[in-house]
Ligand binder design. Structure first.
Ligand code: GCW
Length: 652
C-alpha cells in the first residue's frame, strides 16, 4: 500500500512464489485470498497460478490444496517431493497459514525434498486488543496508551471510510498467525458504547475488511450497556429484563456480523461499571454475557484486572498485587464454558519485570487467556528500542505448576494490547514492528525460541540482508529489554514513572498516591515485603515451589528481589554486589548500552532504507536522553537516601 511501510511483507518476500507455477485447489473466501496473494506475486515476478488443474496438465512447483470444506481448521501440512512443494489444509485458514509458511521459508521451500510436516497452532485464539477510541478522548487521546498515531479503525468520529489500510493490517496479522482483533478500548466511553447497538454497522465494515485474512472481530462493551443504551433502571446480571436486553443486543450483533468473535469486558476496574454495584460476583456478570453469546458461538473475555485504585498508601497491609487472585480464585469453576478469564501476565501492570501472576496457576476449573502488552506503556513508549520477545518467552515458558507452563495453561487464548496506529511505520518506532510480529509467532507456538523469531522477522522485513545488517539488528534488538530494565526501576520494584502518561522517571511519582504501586524507600532500604512471614502474604498465593522460592531472600531471584522483599541498601545479592551498588552499576551500564546500540545503528546507514534509518536514528537521540535522565534521577535519589557512595567513584 502506497505511503505505508510494508513491514514484514515487502514485495521481495513473494519472489520465490511469484517466479514459479502454482496450482491452487479448492474454493471459498479464504482460498480466494490465497489466490489473490499468489496472483499478485505472479503479476510482479512473472510466474503463473491456476485455480484447479490448468490446461494440458501443466507441471507445478507449488500446490496449495484445500482438502476439506471447513474454514475452521488452522492446521496445514507442508512437504516437497518430485520437484513440487505441496501444502494441504482441511480449512481455508490453514491454507492461508500454509501460504505464509511458504513465504517465510523463501527459496528454501523449493529446494531438495522434505517429508510432509504438520503445523498447527498451540493456542486457538491469538488476539490483539486495540485500546482505540472512536471519539478522541480529552485525556487519553484517540488510542489509550497508543504511541503510533491515531487509530487504524476509527477516523473523524466513525469507522474509517477507506478500509484499504485495515485490509493491509489484516494481511500482516495473518502472516504472523493472529486470528482475532478487538477493535475498541476496554475503557468504553459514551460514543464507543454504541458500537454494540446502533453503530454495529461500522464494526461490521471493519469485520468485513479483516475477514478475508481469517481474522474475527471482537468488541469491548460496557457492563452498564442496558442502562446507558437500553434505558433500563439496572444492569443487574441476574435481572431477567437485563438478560433479555443482552440477548437482543447480541442477536443484533450477529445479524450484522455472523462470525463475530465475542466481547471483551473490563468491569469494576479503574472506574468501569461492573457487577459489584448489584452485589453480584464477577462470575454472575461474565456468565450473563456468556449466556447471551452462547447460542451464536461467541465468547466473553472477562478481564481479571480488578483492584482497589483508591488505596491508603500508609496502610502497608493492602497489596494491589494480591487483588486479582483474591477476587477470582473463590470463583474458580463457576464460569461458563464460553467465558474466558483474561489475566495480565503479571500481578501489577505490565512492568518491565514482574513475576508471573499467581492467578494463572490457581484456576484449574476456568478457561484462561493471558494478556501481554505490545504497546510499550511502561517499556519506552515506542521511543525506546525494547524488543519484548525474551520477556514474553520467559513468561510463556514459566513452569507454573506440575510442569505446566503459562503457554499451556492459556487455553482460552493469548492476547496482546496492540502497539499499532495509523503511523506510516504502523508502530511509530519502526523496530517495534518486531514486537507485533514476535507476539503473533509466540502465540502460535509459545515455546518457540524468540531469537529464531527475531531472525525470521529480520529476513522478512529486510529481504536478503547482508551479514552486517543482520548482525547489527541483532546487536540493537536482542538485549534491548534487559538494557531498558537496567536504566529504569531496579530489581523488580516497578513503576517510578511519571504519573498519568507514564513516560520518564519519577521515583516518588506514585509513592504517596492511591494507585497501590509503591517502593517504600527510606534511609535504610527499599522494596515491598510480600512474604507470608512478615509481609502482605502475596508470596503465599503461589503453589510450590514458587511460594517457597519467593518467600525467602535466600532463594528469591535477584531480578525480583524488591518485588518480594524490603531489604537494606547493603543487602548482598546472589550476584555478589550490594543492592545499592547494583543500582549504580546497572544504571551506568544501561546508558552505555544505549550509546553502543546507537552507534551500531548509525553504522547501518546505507544498509537500511533512508526513511527508516532516519526515524530510528532520531528516536535513539530521545532514548539516550531519557536513559540518562533515568540513570541520574535513580542514582541520585538512592545516593541521597542511603548516603552510600559509588564504589567506583563515578559522578552521581
Ligand atoms: O496499564 C493500565 C493503563 C490503562 C489501562 C489499564 C487496563 C485501558 O494505564 O490505560 O486502561 O491498564 O489494562 O485496563
Amino acid at each position: 500500500m502506497r505511503g505505508v511501510d510494508p513491514a514484514w511483507l515487502p514485495d521481495g518476500v513473494f519472489r520465490p512464489i511469484g517466479t514459479r507455477r502454482t496450482l491452487i485447489r479448492g474454493s471459498g473466501p479464504l482460498v480466494d485470498t490465497v489466490h489473490t496473494e499468489v496472483a499478485g506475486a505472479c503479476a510482479r515476478f512473472g510466474g503463473r497460478v491456476d485455480l484447479d488443474a490448468g490446461p494440458g496438465g501443466a507441471a507445478y512447483d507449488l500446490a496449495l490444496e484445500l482438502t476439506g470444506d471447513g474454514d475452521g481448521s488452522e492446521a496445514f501440512t507442508c512437504g516437497r517431493a518430485d520437484g513440487r512443494t505441496t501444502v494441504t489444509a482441511s480449512g481455508g485458514r490453514g491454507l492461508l497459514y500454509g501460504l505464509f509458511h511458504v513465504v517465510r521459508l523463501g527459496e528454501a521451500a523449493f529446494q531438495g525434498a522434505y517429508p510432509p510436516e504438520l503445523f498447527r497452532p498451540r493456542v486457538a485464539l491469538r488476539m490483539l486488543d486495540h485500546w482505540d477510541n472512536v471519539a478522541v478522548h480529552p485525556v487519553m487521546g484517540q488510542v489509550e496508551r497508543g504511541y503510533a498515531g491515531g487509530s487504524l479503525f476509527w477516523q473523524d468520529g466513525r469507522a474509517r471510510g477507506d478500509l484499504e489500510r485495515v485490509r493491509a493490517y489484516g494481511r500482516l496479522l495473518a502472516a504472523c498467525g493472529i486470528n482475532a482483533v478487538a477493535v475498541n478500548n476496554v475503557n468504553v466511553h459514551a460514543t464507543e458504547a454504541r458500537l454494540l447497538t446502533d453503530r454495529i454497522g461500522e464494526v461490521a465494515e471493519i469485520a468485513g475488511a479483516l475477514r478475508p485474512y481469517g481474522i474475527r472481530t471482537h468488541l469491548s462493551v460496557t457492563f452498564a450497556a442496558p442502562v446507558v443504551l437500553g434505558g433500563l433502571a439496572s444492569a443487574d446480571p441476574l435481572d431477567a429484563e437485563v438478560r433479555a436486553w443482552w440477548a437482543r443486543a447480541v442477536a443484533g450483533v450477529y445479524a450484522a456480523i455472523p462470525d463475530f468473535g465475542g466481547f471483551v469486558v473490563k468491569a469494576d476496574s479503574e472506574g468501569q461499571p461492573g457487577p459489584f454495584a448489584y452485589g453480584r460476583t464477577h462470575a454472575d456478570g461474565a456468565n450473563m454475557l456468556a449466556a447471551a453469546l452462547e447460542p451464536h458461538g461467541g465468547t466473553v473475555h472477562w478481564r481479571a484486572f480488578v483492584y482497589d485504585h483508591r488505596q491508603d498508601w500508609r496502610d502497608r497491609t493492602t497489596d494491589r498485587a494480591r487483588a486479582a487472585y483474591d477476587h477470582f480464585v473463590p470463583l474458580d469453576g463457576e464460569f461458563a464454558d464460553n467465558a474466558v478469564l483474561q489475566i495480565k501476565h503479571g500481578p501489577l501492570d505490565f512492568q518491565v519485570r514482574e513475576p508471573v501472576s499467581p492467578l494463572i496457576g490457581a484456576m484449574p476449573g476456568t478457561r484462561l487467556a493471558v494478556e501481554l502488552q505490545a504497546t510499550q506503556e511502561y517499556t519506552g513508549q515506542q521511543r525506546h528500542v525494547c524488543w519484548l520477545g525474551p520477556m514474553w518467552s520467559e513468561v510463556l515458558r514459566f513452569p507454573v505448576e506440575q510442569g505446566s507452563s503459562v503457554g499451556e495453561l492459556a487455553r482460552g487464548g493469548l492476547v496482546a494490547v496492540s502497539n499499532v496506529g495509523d503511523d506510516p511505520f504502523w508502530t511509530g518506532h519502526p523496530l517495534a514492528q518486531a514486537n507485533l510480529y514476535t507476539f503473533g509467532r509466540l502465540a502460535w507456538q509459545p515455546d518457540a525460541d524468540p531469537a529464531a523469531v527475531l531472525d525470521e522477522w529480520i529476513r522478512l522485513t529486510f529481504p536478503d540482508p547482508p551479514e552486517p545488517l543482520t548482525d547489527g539488528l541483532h546487536a540493537v534488538l536482542d538485549g534491548s529489554w534487559r538494557t531498558y530494565e537496567k536504566y529504569t526501576a531496579p530489581l523488580g520494584v516497578g513503576f517510578m514513572v511519571q504519573p498519568g502518561h507514564h513516560y520518564g522517571p519519577s521515583v516518588d511519582g506514585y509513592e504517596y498516591s492511591p494507585w497501590g504501586t509503591y517502593h517504600f524507600a527510606d534511609r535504610d532500604g527499599l522494596g515491598v515485603d510480600r512474604s507470608r512471614a512478615t509481609g502482605t502474604g502475596y508470596a503465599g498465593q503461589y503453589g510450590k515451589p514458587w511460594s517457597e522460592v519467593y518467600e525467602s531472600t535466600d532463594t528469591c531471584p535477584d531480578e525480583l528481589l524488591l518485588f518480594f522483599h524490603h531489604v537494606s541498601y547493603g543487602h548482598m545479592l546472589h550476584s555478589g554486589t550490594t543492592v545499592i551498588q547494583h543500582i549504580y552499576d546497572t544504571h551506568f551500564e544501561g546508558v552505555e548500552e544505549v550509546e553502543a546500540a546507537r552507534e551500531v545503528w548509525a553504522s547501518l546507514a546505507g544498509l537500511v532504507d533512508p526513511a527508516r534509518h532516519a526515524r530510528v536514528a532520531e528516536l535513539f537521540e530521545e532514548q539516550l536522553r531519557s536513559a540518562r535522565e533515568w540513570r541520574d534521577q535513580i542514582n541520585s535519589y538512592f545516593f541521597r537516601k542511603s548516603g552510600v557512595p559509588d564504589a567506583h567513584g563515578r559522578r552521581i
